[in-house]
Design a protein. Structure first.
Length: 179
């Protein structure tokens, strides 16, 4: 695997190194030892998929607050997404900054999002599927969200008029949220 650190500390784009032959290819996409060697949380306790029928679907920005903060490894297994990680760590030099990466079934890349960051994505094509691996169990009481168009972050999503849940559309402004 190739680990490329993104513009936010602890966020990595991880690319498989396929071994090809006349049958196709084989590649490792996760290794506890390699993740730990790069300083990433190697704990994986849950995996989930998100299937999205329509281009423009936007999910997020979501995170779990302590004590259930989670790291995520996100991969697009069908279609294509614009994947975003948003730094919410107050002591981080990149606090309130974000990074976006295109993940596709074809490029097979994954985005590693450490604890303390929010995550969201927008589908770029119809019938897109996303695989999540998480370091913590889902805890509804710790679930939090940031509005996709919050002016505090100025995230530029690739497609206008996203398809959203009301919950994701109506989070309070970050500046107005209690600490």
């Amino acid at each position: 695997m190739i680990f490329r650190e993104a513009a936010l500390p602890g966020v990595f784009v991880i690319e498989p190194e396929p071994r090809e032959d006349n049958r196709g290819c084989f590649a490792r996409t996760w290794c506890q030892r390699e993740f730990a060697q790069h300083g990433l949380n190697p704990r994986l306790v849950q995996c989930s998929i998100s299937f999205n029928r329509r281009r423009g679907t936007l999910r997020g920005l979501h995170y779990q607050a302590p004590p259930h903060a989670e790291a995520k490894l996100i991969r697009c297994t069908r279609g294509a997404i614009w994947d975003v990680a948003l730094d919410l760590r107050p002591q981080s030099p990149t606090f309130r900054q974000h990074v976006g990466v295109e993940l596709t079934a074809e490029n097979r890349a994954a985005l590693y999002v450490p604890e303390g960051l929010a995550h969201g994505f927008q589908t770029l094509v119809d019938d897109t599927e996303v695989l999540y691996q998480m370091s913590e169990f889902y805890a509804a009481a710790s679930g939090r969200g940031i509005r996709f168009d919050d002016p505090a972050f100025a995230i530029r999503w690739p497609l206008p008029e996203p398809i959203l849940l009301d919950r994701d559309r109506t989070y309070a402004d970050f500046e107005a949220s209690p600490a």
